[in-house]
Ligand binder design. Structure first.
Ligand SMILES: Cc1ncc(COP(=O)(O)O)c(C=O)c1O
Length: 496
């Protein structure tokens, strides 16, 4: 990311201003998305009439964690589930913030997409009349990117592996301006190298601007500010209900490592440990490993450039067998029926689990592993997120459930799954990172970034230092100033 100083290209800047004026677009600042209670209440109440999935620029003001279940009304606390011991088998409460409350794509990746495009737009580094925004991803980020591009009146190109879920492709077909804006690459979840290769070819055409979430620092920064602040707010809320509760750890499975940025915020503010989780089938941080898995959205066989590795405290590996079987347990009538008949879990909690997609389930399993490893008690809060909900995986569920439960998901199988795949956090491996572990993980990134992607060695190395991440953090306020200035140039279009 360029520093938030000058304007790179005056012509591009003027065209961006003109485009936003034509389309009546106002850009939210990062501070507003971190704390939407700062928004004008009149604006918020008029927003209630806007369909959260419509291609309407006013939805930019909903790209935050504070949308209610209808994704229209704004709440003072991020919508969440608190998973009790009866479900998880551990004493520590596990709080899950729900990402399917985000507008447009029903996943929090739309936040990262906005954060990556907005700074370019307000600094003249992206001309919406000429450029195409290229969004490499395994699914949700490219959907977020296409949504943001279309809303901002420019072309968005999704680059994703062909094996990703049908729901992602159906959504893209509805939103892409042209079918050629959906580009598939070979393989599945962990075939990120193939995406990079395709992006390199695309970048040869100067009209294509690649917004690589694995290397775009605004992805880290927006989660540090917005997701970090949202989880802090959630912790404060839960502390109000249970004084003495302390946020012990923030757990997130990592894809681009953007979400993990929230950990940097929580650690600085509350001393919370940062736990990065990955698929055991592709244990890159734990074992420099590689392999295929089905925790869609994470585990991409490399260390992202924006991962503040030297600030990470724990790595835990979760099996996709756990998340697949829990997906069948929590998201099919057979599984839910068995849990209802057992009678130990509240019906609203069981209904709420519909908002936890595959990587969210993996986060919960990792959170249980953390609670077990550190012998956490009822006063230790573990914070995590569900990036998206179960709806995103409906098309694959039946076949996987038949594979995993060939004899059917009867009551006995359901209770065994709950005990083995969640409560025992089976398959989890956990490592508390020492300096040499962090160094090993950090060094692994060299091969992707310096050797393959041509990042200058000094730019790679500087990330070892906490001062680098603090300097980045300080830049965020300057980007907000640029956004405010840009909005002023656009004029005073009708706010929502
Ligand atoms: C469903 C899902 N879960 C988790 C992640 C990982 O989030 P991050 O890229 O911020 O590490 C992604 C990223 O695309 C995702 O789509």
């Amino acid at each position: 990311m360029a520093a938030a100083g000058g304007i790179t290209d005056q012509t591009a800047y003027r065209r961006a201003v003109q485009r936003c004026r034509e389309l009546d677009i106002v850009l939210p600042t990062f501070a507003e998305l971190a704390d939407p209670s700062r928004l004008d209440p009149a604006l918020v109440s008029r927003l209630a009439g806007v369909d959260p999935d419509a291609r309407d620029p006013r939805n930019l003001f909903r790209v935050h964690w504070y949308n209610g279940p209808d994704r229209r009304a704004q709440r003072s606390v991020p919508d969440h589930l608190v998973l009790p011991p009866a479900l998880t088998g551990v004493a520590a409460p596990i709080a899950v913030a729900l990402g399917d409350r985000f507008p447009l794509i029903g996943a929090h990746k739309v936040l990262a997409a906005y954060a990556c495009l907005a700074p370019r737009l307000v600094s003249g580094a992206f001309d919406p009349t000429e450029h195409r925004a290229v969004w490499p991803s395994t699914g949700n980020y490219c959907r977020g990117g296409v949504a943001i591009s279309r809303i901002l009146g420019c072309r968005g190109v999704a680059v994703l592996p062909e094996d990703m879920s049908t729901e992602r492709f159906e959504w893209l077909r509805q939103w892409a301006e042209d079918p050629s804006d959906i580009i598939t690459t070979p393989g599945g979840e962990s075939n990120v190298r193939e995406i990079y290769d395709r992006c390199r070819e695309l970048a040869a055409d100067g009209r294509n601007v690649v917004l690589n979430q694995f290397a775009e620092y605004p992805n880290h920064l927006v989660h540090r500010l917005c997701t970090g602040r949202a989880l802090e707010r959630l912790a404060e809320h839960l502390q109000g209900e249970r004084p003495g509760l302390r946020p012990f750890a923030f757990v997130a499975t990592t894809g681009s490592a953007g979400t993990l940025g929230a950990g940097d915020y929580l650690k600085e503010r509350l001393g919370t440990r940062i736990v990065a989780a990955e698929p055991v089938e592709c244990a890159t941080m734990l074992r420099n490993g590689y392999g295929e898995h089905n925790i869609q959205g994470i585990g991409d066989k490399h260390i992202p450039l924006i991962h503040n590795v030297m600030n990470t405290d724990v790595v835990v590996a979760v099996s996709d067998g756990n998340s697949d079987r829990l997906d069948a347990l929590f998201h099919t009538e057979d599984g839910l029926g068995a849990l209802r008949r057992q009678g130990r879990l509240d019906p609203p909690l069981l209904a709420g689990l519909a908002h936890v997609g595959l990587s969210g389930l993996a986060n919960v399993v990792a959170a249980v592993a953390v609670a077990r490893h550190f012998d956490l008690g009822p006063d230790d809060l573990v914070l995590t997120v569900a990036t998206d909900g179960a709806a995103m995986y409906a098309s694959q569920r039946g076949a996987r459930a038949r594979r995993d439960f060939p004899g059917g998901l009867d009551d006995a199988a359901a209770l065994t799954t709950l005990a083995r795949d969640l409560q025992a956090a089976a398959g989890s491996e956990l490592l508390e990172l020492r300096h040499e572990d962090r160094t090993r993980i950090f060094n692994l990134g060299y091969f992707t970034w310096v050797e393959q992607q041509g990042v200058p060695l000094a730019d790679f190395e500087v990330r070892r230092q906490p001062a680098f991440w603090q300097r980045l953090w300080a830049e965020l306020a300057a980007w907000d100033e640029r956004i405010v200035e840009f909005n002023a140039q656009v004029g005073a279009p009708t706010r929502p």
